[in-house]
Design a binder for this molecule. Structure first.
Ligand code: ZN
Length: 246
């Protein structure tokens, strides 16, 4: 925990969130098949797109205690429909405990897998597995990706730390309707950037997942409050004043 705290305090890649509207991003990690199916459909119904942080080793697999993971074909459909594909390492290690050489291998191997979705895919953004980071790892990843999303609960406002963006778990087990309203209201008031993250989208969801009703409600609430719904890449483009690039 101390290592994560120090890494968050050490900021070397920052960007001012000025002159941008309040933004809400919906992201999914690992990624379960239900996020690509139900999750993507809910976002699309609202004209929105999400960011899917894929750990390539799990593609198309089913673990004993885990929801089935998306296949490459399912990820291809999601990408073709305008959603963003991000990197979440290949084998989902706690990266603070591996060498930079091993981390480099994780990134390259995952890149190879993601390129099988499409040769045209450009992977711009990263999410830390388990939210695990250190200063050393953060510096390394800042140089490899435009942004890295942490697991630290918060809303990005004022100056955003692109090496460890704050994010809030959108999981039925840890958030309720009232908290979502509060977070979106704060995002609107501060012209901030709220990033939600989840895993499976199911009824009932896993411990780390979200139910379709809660996701639908969060997306609708963000839209009604005047926030714009963006992928992580779209937010970065907006912040840089390049709203139309992708
Ligand atoms: Zn993960």
């Amino acid at each position: 925990m101390a290592s994560r705290f120090l890494a968050r305090q050490s900021r070397s890649k920052v960007m001012a969130l000025s002159d941008v509207p309040p933004m809400v991003s919906f992201t999914f990690d690992d990624v379960p098949a239900s996020a690509c199916e139900l999750g993507a459909r809910i976002l699309e119904r609202h004209g929105a797109r999400g960011t899917f942080f894929v750990a390539g080793s799990g593609c198309g697999t089913t673990g004993p205690d885990e929801p089935p993971r998306a296949s490459i074909d399912q990820l291809r459909t999601v990408w073709a429909n305008g959603h963003e594909i991000g990197c979440h390492t290949y084998s989902h290690p706690a990266i603070r405990h591996i060498s930079l050489g091993e981390l480099g291998w994780e990134l390259e191997h995952n890149r190879t897998i993601l390129k099988t979705i499409s040769a045209d895919i450009v992977v711009r953004n990263f999410a830390y597995p388990y939210g695990d980071l250190s200063i050393r790892i953060k510096r390394y990843l800042e140089g490899r990706f435009e942004s890295c999303r942490s697991g630290h609960a918060g809303i990005n406002s004022g100056i955003a730390d692109l090496g460890a963006l704050d994010a809030w778990p959108l999981q039925d087990a840890s958030i309720d309707y009232a908290k979502i309203v509060e977070l979106i209201a704060e995002t609107t008031q501060t012209c901030g950037w709220l990033i939600f993250y989840s895993h499976d989208v199911a009824e009932p969801p896993s411990k780390y997942g979200v139910s379709p009703d809660l996701l639908e409600w969060a997306v609708g609430s963000a839209t009604r409050s005047g926030c714009i719904l963006t992928t992580v890449a779209e937010s970065l483009d907006l912040i840089r004043g390049r709203a139309n690039s992708r």
